[in-house]
Design a protein around this ligand. Structure first.
Ligand code: SAM
Ligand code: SF4
Length: 328
């Protein structure tokens, strides 16, 4: 099992399979995906992903989340999911997606064996959604969620970035509450994080998630505690609702204490922290099947460099220009 110097274990990896994205979220890629001409490395190909997954499985990883950019834009996306699910040794396979064409993909997603899906929807108001993402695609995403539910797909989470002056009024919270009253899924607000590229946007739209926490407490939502591998979301339940609410607050004091994940970028760098300055390439050891032991040793050796905290509160953003390269 992967373990760091602070007693944290890492049963979970997030793998970005592409930086490319078809949306233009204001806090992430406001001008859409731009090719980085200074970086001519290609995204990890399927054979490299296969070796990577097998190594992490041997190191005790039980869950992998495929993210991006937008992971579903890759032509071999379903092939990747099916391999991970059936042949990698990793038990749980999850994705994070912006829900592009989710209505068309719902059935294939279920058939691929996927265990859970996180869908990013920053607002249930069609115009606000369009203004944030640059795309008028909320209806197809909501249809996709309905299809997933009709196919009895259970593990659906919706994430929204909490944005001051855009989606953080009591009316917005009430709208989500009505939605999860009828829908058995988790809805979580993520606090906006500052990255290398989004300083102005951050200064304008960052707001503490306390505003949502206060709303939940005022409306009789009860904080639900979990075991130590549960990850960083604070979850709230209310018997009158089918779904749950959650808060992901990266700037909160104890956020890093429950860190249980490592990240791999789309070009094969191991990132010990979403915001850390630590990142080494492991790609050279993904080229042949007989490199597995060397790769295992390299990853194990890196664990001692994992820091206790991301130091975001000190304004650190590490190597992270925007979250499309590391997948959030
Ligand atoms: N394109 C997919 C999507 O949007 O779900 C996957 C990649 S995206 C980088 C993963 C998650 O990170 C999304 O929920 C997105 O809203 C969130 N995200 C991106 N930039 C962020 C930021 N600066 N602060 C907080 N969350 C952010
Ligand atoms: Fe694309 Fe996701 Fe970034 Fe939005 S948050 S621009 S959907 S990668």
């Amino acid at each position: 099992m992967l373990k760091d110097n602070f007693g944290r274990t890492f049963p979970y990896i997030r793998l970005s399979i592409t930086d490319v994205c078809n949306f233009k979220c204001g806090y992430c890629l406001p001008n859409g995906y731009q090719i980085d001409k200074s970086d001519n490395r290609k995204f990890l190909h399927l054979d490299e992903i296969k070796r990577l997954a097998r190594v992490f499985s041997k190191l005790g990883v039980q869950k992998i989340r495929i993210t991006g950019g937008e992971p579903t834009v890759r032509k071999d996306f379903f092939e990747i999911i099916k391999f991970l699910k059936n042949e990698s040794g990793i038990k749980k396979v999850a994705i994070t997606t912006n829900g592009y064409h989710l209505d068309e993909k719902a059935k294939m997603l279920v058939d691929s064996g996927l265990d859970s899906i996180n869908i990013s929807i920053d607002s249930l108001d069609r115009n606000t959604f369009k203004n944030i993402t640059g795309h008028d695609r909320l209806p197809e995403i909501l249809r996709g969620i309905q299809f997933l539910q009709d196919l009895n797909f259970e593990n659906i989470k919706i994430n929204a970035v909490l944005l001051n002056t855009i989606n953080s009024t009591e009316k917005d919270f009430d709208t989500w509450a009505s939605f999860i009253k009828k829908n058995k899924l988790d809805f979580r607000y993520i606090e906006l994080m500052r990255t290398g590229d989004n300083l102005d946007y951050f200064n304008k739209h960052h707001i503490s998630s306390k505003i949502f926490k206060d709303y939940l407490e005022k409306n009789n939502w009860i904080y639900q505690t979990f075991g130590k591998d549960a990850g960083p979301s604070l979850n709230y339940i209310n018997q009158e609702y089918k779904g749950k609410f959650g808060i992901i607050a990266p700037y909160s004091k104890d956020f890093c204490k429950t860190c249980n994940r490592l990240r791999i970028t789309s070009r094969g760098d191991l990132r010990l922290c979403l915001f850390g300055n630590t990142g080494i390439s492991i790609r050279h050891l993904l080229q042949k099947d007989d490199q597995i032991e060397e790769l295992q040793d390299l990853i194990l050796g890196q664990m001692k460099f994992k820091k206790e905290s991301h130091y975001l509160e000190l304004g650190e953003t590490g190597l992270t220009k925007n979250l499309s390269t590391t997948g959030g």
